[in-house]
Ligand binder design. Sequence first.
Ligand code: PLP
Length: 395
Amino acid sequence: MFSKEMADLGKKRSTIREIFEYGNTRAKEIGRENIYDFSLGNPSIPAPSAMSEYLRELIENEKPELLHGYTSAQGAENVRISIAESLNRRFATSFNKDNIYMTVGAAAALSIVLKALTEPADEFIVFAPFFPEYRCFIESGAKAKCVVIPPDRENFQINFDEFEKAISENTKGVIVNSPNNPSGAVYSEETIKKLASLLEKKSEEYNHPIFLISDEPYREIVYDGLNIPFVTKYYKNTIVCYSYSKALSLAGERIGYVLVPNEVTNSKDIYAAVCGAGRILGYVCAPAMFQRVVAAFSDSTSDISIYEKNRNLLYDNLSKYGYKMVKPQGAFYIFLKALEEDEHAFCEKAKKYELLLVPGTDFGCPGYVRLSYCVSTSMIEKSLPLFEKLAKDYE
Ligand code: PLP
C-alpha cells in the first residue's frame, strides 16, 4: 500500500529536529528567552548585509521570467562559471562550469552523489561521530551498506587501523566531513595525505576506484588561524559536496553544489550520473534566485568571527565546571562527554534547566552530547550558570 521504510523514516523524525520542536513548544509555555536551545545547526548571524541590497536590485530590475524561471537542470551556466572561478582563485585549482552541479544544499548533494555512484552490493564508509543523515542517504536513499568506523574518542580524528580493516572489495566510497559535525575536529594536511595514500593503495588492490566524498558545509568555519587542505588536490577521486547553509547563513534557502573534478576516473560519466540522479530524485534546477546570490557572494562569508568567540566562551567555562571535551577547531559544535553513561538520561536532566542538548547515539557515539553554538553569545552567557548547576548535580 505504501513504503513502510519511508513511513518509518517520516514517523521517526531526526532526534535533532525532535529536540528543536520540543524547544519551540517549551518556548510557547515559558518564553523563548528562558530556553537554551543548543540543538540545531541553524546560523544565528545574518547573511552579509550587501546581500539584501543585491536581492533588492535583482527583484526590482530583473525580467520576471529570468528571476523566477527554471535554469538548466545542472544550474545556470553563468552561476557555475562564477563558482568555478571563485574556487580557482581561492584554491589555485582549474575547475570549469562542467565540473559543477547546483543542488538543494549539501543534503541533496550527498543524496545525488551516493545515488550516482551506487551499484548493487556497494558499501560506503563513514567515521563516527558522523552527521546522522548519512545513514538515511546511504541505506534508504542509495540502497547501499553504511559501514561505520568507531570513534577515536581521544581526539575524534581518523582511526586508521580500524579504517584500513573496514575497506573491502565492495567499498565504493568514503565520506569525510572536516570541519566536523558534531565534533568540531579538523583534518590536517598530514591526515588527508595519509587518507589519500591508503585509498590509492586499496583502489589498486581491488582494481577499482574508491571515491572520497568530501562533505564540506563548514569549510570556511575554522579557528586559531588553521588552514583547511582542499581535498581534491590530494586525492584525484574526490567528489565535493558543498553547502552555502552555514558560512553564508543561507540554511533555509537550500543551496549548494556537487563538484566532480576532471581528474576523477570516468569523470564525464560520473557527472552524467550526477545529472541522472538529480533528475530521478527531483532535484533539477536548484532555487534559481539563490543560484544568482551565491554566484555573486561565492568569495564572501557572514561575520563568522562570533563562532570562535562562542567556542572559547563555552570551552573555557565548561572545562572549568569539570566537563570533558575535545577543543573544537572548526564548525560550530562542541561534543561533550555526558556526565553519566546514558547520555539520553543526561539530556533529560539538562532539560530540567531548559538546556537542550542532542544525544550522541545517532552520531554513532553514545555517551556524548552535541551542543550547537551558532547561537547568540548572550544566550551562552546566560546558560553558563545552568551548566554549572547541572555539573554540580553529578558531584
Ligand atoms: N552535512 C553536514 C555535516 C551537516 O552538518 C549538514 C547540515 O547540518 C548537511 C550536510 C546538510 O546541509 P544542507 O543544509 O546544505 O543541506
